[in-house]
Design a protein around this ligand. Structure first.
Ligand code: AHR
Length: 321
């Protein structure tokens, strides 16, 4: 019997969850990656607020970007006998043993915002994520449209090596530009989803590309790296947003500030509220034995300078970013 069937049978029989139990009875542990980006910080804040709304006892373990810390946190949640575990997996591989331990303890695991390798599919109940290939594709298609047939050399700032979202956003962007021979990725390197690394890598791209003269656009797998890259471009005397096009992912308040100042062009939104749908799925599962879909997909929306970036900034700035 696979995990979903086993958990469903247990839920229905009441062996795993008492049917009709209230959310307030539940303790959920969340192994969070860390706080590498504004988006991640917002996800932590929003998760806490969503837990509070539902009276859930919510325990967050900050892994400081290290998979080994996430594995330790999961083991500790299993030892504590929590009702469910949320996991934002820093990388896609290396989860089998620890997720099997959770499975043996009959504790359902929900993935938040990143995926694990398909081989581990039976080891978690559901995943709440965006379609990160689609996000990259939307970014690529926007660039193709905006470059309007002119030659356009792109430099790419990748997310954390081995993270599902980095692999997928790269693939999606490549798909998005595949039909446009004028748009080419000339350099691509990880900036680890951080502002500081984004700036550092962008500085090296600028040096390598004739002081930036050969760069038509920057694609970053998240806004924080783009904010760092914008800083690097300005320090090098370039004009991001006009001379150099920018497109990134997350839609954090700071990128809207840059868009309002004419220094950034486009971003694809990733909601920081992954925990809300995850809590609802676990509550329905516990209360009624409702099996959630394997993938709970969140929306991805493109924003450009035409979308009144200052107003979006104002609406987002107090949301925990
Ligand atoms: O997994 C989601 C990604 O992780 C966000 O786009 C990025 O900002 C974060 O660090």
């Amino acid at each position: 019997m696979n995990l979903r069937a086993l958990l469903l049978a247990s839920a229905v029989s009441g062996a795993l969850f008492s049917v009709g139990a209230q959310a307030a009875d539940m303790t959920i542990g969340f192994s969070q990656i860390g706080s590498e980006s504004g988006w991640r910080a917002a996800e932590t804040t929003v998760s806490k607020a969503e837990a509070k709304k539902r009276n859930i006892n919510f325990k967050i373990a900050d892994a400081q970007q290290k998979q080994e810390n996430q594995i330790k946190a999961i083991r500790s949640f299993v030892a504590q006998g929590v009702d469910a575990i949320f996991l934002a997996p820093v990388v896609a591989t290396g989860w089998d043993s620890v997720l099997k331990e959770a499975q043996e303890a009959k504790i359902p695991v929900v993935l938040l915002d990143r995926d694990i390798d398909p081989a581990g599919k039976d080891l978690y109940l559901t995943a709440v994520t965006s379609d990160s290939v689609h996000e990259g594709k939307v970014a690529g298609e926007w660039l193709v449209k905006t470059a309007a047939g002119k030659p356009c050399n792109v430099v790419e700032l990748q997310g954390t090596v081995g993270a599902s979202v980095a692999t997928n956003r790269k693939k999606g962007f490549e798909d998005g530009i595949a039909g446009a021979s004028n748009v080419k990725i000339v350099r691509s390197q990880t900036g680890d989803f951080t502002r500081a690394k984004g700036k550092e890598v962008m500085e090296s791209f600028i040096k390598a590309e004739g002081g930036g003269k050969n760069i038509c656009a920057v694609y970053a797998h998240n806004d924080d790296m783009m904010v760092g890259a914008i800083q690097a471009m300005k320090e090098a005397g370039l004009k991001p947003g006009t001379e150099v096009l920018t497109v990134s992912i997350d839609a954090v308040p700071d990128i809207f500030k840059a868009m309002a100042a004419g220094e950034a062009n486009a971003t694809v939104e990733l909601t920081p509220n992954m925990a809300g749908p995850a809590f609802d799925a676990i509550i329905a599962f516990k209360d009624k034995g409702t099996m959630p879909p394997k993938w709970i997909q969140t929306e991805s929306k493109l924003y450009t300078q035409a979308d009144n970036p200052m107003a979006v900034y104002e609406s987002k700035k107090d949301l925990g970013y």
